[in-house]
Design a protein. Structure first.
Length: 102
């Protein structure tokens, strides 16, 4: 995916999760294994109010990725509901507050 302009504090993490989920959903309904999500960003930016929270985030050690389970009975991409998805082993770090900049 090419993203012209990206907010590294709030936008990029949301986009990675959203498009990775979409990749898995499409693979699921097509009976394929999902490939890699490749994210290319043209212009990245960090808002001044996000610098300290992002520095704090960079000090945290990564945790293992959770496993995504999708309801095997669903084969129509338009029929998914939230309960069709389960994250196994999701162990997030504590929330780091960042305000939306407009």
């Amino acid at each position: 995916m090419y993203e012209r302009s990206a907010d590294m504090g709030l936008g990029v993490p949301f986009n990675i999760a959203s498009y990775a989920l979409l990749t898995n959903m499409i693979a699921h309904v097509c009976d394929l294994s999902p490939g890699d999500f490749i994210h290319v960003i043209g212009d990245t930016h960090v808002y001044p109010t996000h610098v300290r929270p992002l520095q704090e985030q960079l000090q945290k050690l990564p945790k293992p990725f959770p496993i995504l389970k999708i309801n095997p009975e669903k084969k129509n991409i338009d029929s998914f509901v939230a309960s069709d998805f389960k994250l196994i082993g999701y162990d997030p770090h504590q929330k780091i507050e960042m305000k939306l900049v407009v």
